[in-house]
Design a protein around this ligand. Structure first.
Ligand code: CMC
Length: 436
């Protein structure tokens, strides 16, 4: 073996093993040969929360967390945000190359053709309580689409996969808009195929009695840019959920519902909603220092700060800050911006945040823009889920086409009881019940 190898001396047996290193990685399965005897299962790695484990090889998204770099299929995120539409970027993320003019036309037509929901799905949505959280409604409705398109189960047919991908990307804004209108008690608005992806979403959200909805072009472009920034982010919690569920060959609607469920948590996509709640709690700029002290004392986290991968400014947060300027010219400044800027200023100078490399992430400023545009915080995570659907589906396709992938099934280190005899109920003590 050449120099690209790791020599491991097992002191238990005084045996040395040569483990190949490829792309800065050793294969965990290569450790299985390291045994103390024939009955030994072999060495495993222990890595709660995947802190240092690559679960796949991927050609979709590149992140250099130390340098604050994000690229989709090699293209820097700032160039894509400036020059593309979201659907163009979705095509790139899903199929690997930017579309030609005719490919883009066909793609946009395909998505637009699939924006309608089956009427039974609309009735399904009507069954939710008036105060149902939009993410709960979104997750359930996406899962319910599995019953409308049973052929989606055929996950090994590329043509069928493409059809379901177009359906999901097409229908996501429709479901999202319906969850919003449901919470307000407004009638649902059908998609308008004359409009762009973002404009049509705005139409389904905000059209009232006017015959044709006119989207503000600045706000529509800002929304499209936000969609581009959220399209994919490699192996995050929800992409990992998509891959884990997809690896059992569940259909794409059920897998996407699982991914969206993972996104809903406050440590992931749910953080944008939490940021706004946090800014409300802080209330005014002068209260920021006292709030930061409480964060440092461990009472709570500064929402919208920190990232598992970025140990530098999140490049998406930079672009969002820039897009906010355009939005505020139309909507007027969101008064929360002042508090957010002060939070960022103090945190970036503070030893606690500097030492831990905690910077604003994508969720820190996105909520402030969304609120200025007229969205309620409860729907922020739904706005994240719409574009991320493209990323989830790209991860899912890549998984299905990767001959190395199998059903996701981690190992564990069992730390429970050894074998013990059954205890009849009348003989069980209080202590046993409490432990259970
Ligand atoms: N506020 C205060 N302290 C923090 C924060 C924060 N937001 N984030 C991390 N820390 C501290 C943490 O307490 C730990 O300190 P110590 O070393 O003293 O124990 C240290 O920084 C390392 O943090 P960690 O929890 O080991 O980091 P992680 O990689 O497991 O977690 C994270 C990453 C994003 C879950 C976390 O930073 C966090 O909870 N942030 C707030 C929620 C948030 O904004 N999430 C959105 C993430 S970006 C978009 C997305 O994924 O959807």
């Amino acid at each position: 073996m050449g120099n690209d190898a790791l020599s491991i001396l097992d002191k238990r047996t005084q045996t040395t093993y040569e483990i190949p290193i490829n792309k800065g990685t050793i294969r965990a399965m290569d450790l299985r040969q390291i045994k103390t005897g024939p009955d030994d299962f072999g060495l495993m790695t222990y890595d709660p929360a995947f802190m240092n484990t690559a679960s796949c090889q991927s050609a979709i998204t590149f992140i250099d967390g130390d340098k604050g770099i994000l690229r989709y299929r090699g293209y820097p995120i700032d160039q894509l945000a400036e020059k593309c539409t979201f659907l163009e970027v979705a095509y790139l993320v899903l199929f690997g190359e930017l579309p030609t003019e005719s490919q883009l036309k066909e793609w946009v037509n395909g998505i637009t053709y699939h924006t309608m929901l089956h009427e039974t799905t609309k009735h399904f949505l009507e069954g939710f309580r008036y105060d149902a959280h939009p993410m709960g409604m979104l997750v359930s409705t996406v899962a319910a689409l599995s019953t409308v398109y049973p052929e989606a189960r055929n996950v090994h047919d590329p043509q069928n996969r493409k059809l379901q991908i177009m359906r999901l990307i097409g229908k996501m804004p429709t479901i999202a808009a319906y969850t919003y209108r449901h919470s307000l008690g407004y009638p649902y608005i059908y998609p308008d195929n004359d409009l762009s992806y973002a404009e049509n979403f705005m139409n389904m959200l905000w059209k009232m009695v006017e015959p044709k909805y006119q989207a503000n072009p600045v706000l529509a472009r800002a929304l499209d840019i936000l969609f581009i920034l959220h399209a994919d982010h490699e192996q995050n919690c929800s992409a990992n959920a998509m891959r884990a569920v997809g690896s059992s060959f569940a259909d794409p609607y059920l897998s996407t519902a699982a991914a969206a469920a993972a996104l809903s948590g406050p440590l992931h996509g749910g953080a944008n909603e939490e940021v706004l709640k946090m800014l409300d709690v802080i209330g005014s700029k002068d209260k920021v220092p006292a709030y930061i002290e409480k964060v440092k004392a461990g009472q709570f986290k500064l929402m919208g700060f920190g990232h598992r991968v970025y140990k530098n400014y999140d490049p998406r947060a930079k672009i969002i800050k820039w897009a906010a300027t355009n939005v505020f010219e139309v909507t007027g400044k969101n008064p929360k911006l002042e508090i957010a800027l002060e939070l960022e200023r103090i945190a970036l100078e503070d030893e606690y945040f500097v030492k831990r490399k905690l910077y604003p992430n994508v969720d820190f400023y996105s909520g402030i823009i969304y609120q200025a545009m007229g969205f309620k915080p409860e729907i922020f995570t739904v706005l994240f889920a719409i574009p991320r659907t493209a990323g989830w589906l790209a991860q899912w396709q890549e998984l299905l086409m990767d001959p190395e992938q199998k059903i996701a099934r981690p190992r564990q280190i069992y730390i429970g009881y050894g074998e013990r005899d059954f205890v009849p109920i009348e003989q069980r003590g209080v202590a046993a019940a409490v432990t259970a």
